[in-house]
Design a protein around this ligand. Structure first.
Ligand code: CP
Length: 308
């Protein structure tokens, strides 16, 4: 195995556009043919989830097992951080034990960076507060490429609570790096105009956007993160921003619907959306396993050697 200096994935911009494509190529190769079991043989990987997760935690664990890592799943509620041990001391301890990769989720934005600054192995951000969720964005990009076989010139709408969404932030970074035009849709309290930028538009009217996009990504209303007063009345929100049977008629026949999960049926979408043939939710979660294998491979083993 080649050795490379420890490298982290804290957000999508830790990867160049070429590396993003390379990770996605690798994920597709793993989808078509499972990687050798010894890809990360004997590499101790610690899953450290301070916040609830179904999709990310499960698919990281499966990805780690598939590449032969020594998987340690640790309940941080039982960790000595709760007894006052600092992140730096925790990182030193884990490094001393022999952990080489930490996959971390934490409710605080920037926690993954703080851990990476203290740890001498690789850190993969599995979601930190409202900041970033890079492997989610990568699996969303893999799903889009599977559908359209290109990125440049695609137009994607991301709808809902953008302000509190680490998924939206990482997707904006990844999509713009690959030439996808992004339209963000939501009410001013959950989507400040400051999100607009190069290739990123802000719209308030979902009905005006739906017919123009190749893909629409619906976001969950994150009640646990929303400060009092920012959330509009739910019936007003659903009237304006819910994807439902009526609005599905506006979406092009060749467009696709994404949702990072978990979804709230009856709020940002209705059952009709999940039953619609354009829904790609299952493809997204399936791709998550392959993308996570590819990310672990890149960080631990380095970029694949390209034949001359
Ligand atoms: N999409 C996502 O991060 O889901 P989990 O919270 O279940 O990991």
């Amino acid at each position: 195995m080649r050795t490379v200096p420890p490298r982290n994935l804290l957000d999508v911009d830790d990867l160049s556009p070429g590396e993003i494509v390379s990770v996605l190529d690798r994920a597709v190769a793993f989808r078509d043919r499972l990687p050798p079991r010894d890809l990360l043989a004997g590499v101790p990987v610690l899953n450290l989830f301070f916040e609830a997760s179904t999709r990310t935690a499960t698919s990281f664990t499966l990805a780690e097992q598939r590449v032969g890592a020594d998987v340690i799943t640790f309940a941080p509620g039982a960790s000595s951080l709760g007894k006052g041990e600092t992140i730096a001391d925790t990182a030193l301890t884990l490094s001393g034990i022999g952990v080489r990769v930490i996959v971390v989720r934490h409710p605080e934005s920037g926690f993954a960076r703080r851990l990476a600054d203290a740890f001498d192995g690789h850190v993969v951000n599995a979601g930190d507060g409202t900041h970033a969720h890079p492997t989610q964005a990568l699996l969303d990009l893999m799903t889009l490429r599977q559908e359209f076989d290109r990125f440049h010139g695609l137009h994607v709408a991301i709808v809902g609570d953008i302000l509190h969404s680490r998924v939206a932030r990482s997707n904006i970074v990844g999509m713009r790096a690959l030439g996808i035009d992004v339209t963000l849709v939501g009410p001013p309290t959950l989507l400040p105009h400051e999100f607009a930028g190069d290739g990123v538009r802000v719209e308030r009217d979902l009905d005006a956007v739906l017919g123009r996009v190749d893909a629409v990504m619906m976001l969950r209303i994150q009640r646990e993160r929303i400060e009092t007063g920012l959330l509009p009345a739910l019936d007003d929100y659903t009237r304006r921003y819910q994807l439902n049977r009526t609005r599905l008629r506006s979406l092009r026949g060749d467009a696709v619907i994404l949702h990072p999960g978990p979804y709230n049926r009856g709020i940002e979408l209705t059952d009709d959306v999940l039953d619609d043939p354009r829904s790609r939710y299952v493809a997204q979660v399936r791709n998550g396993v392959f993308v996570r294998m590819a990310v672990l491979d890149l960080l631990v083993n380095g970029a694949p050697v390209v034949a001359a």
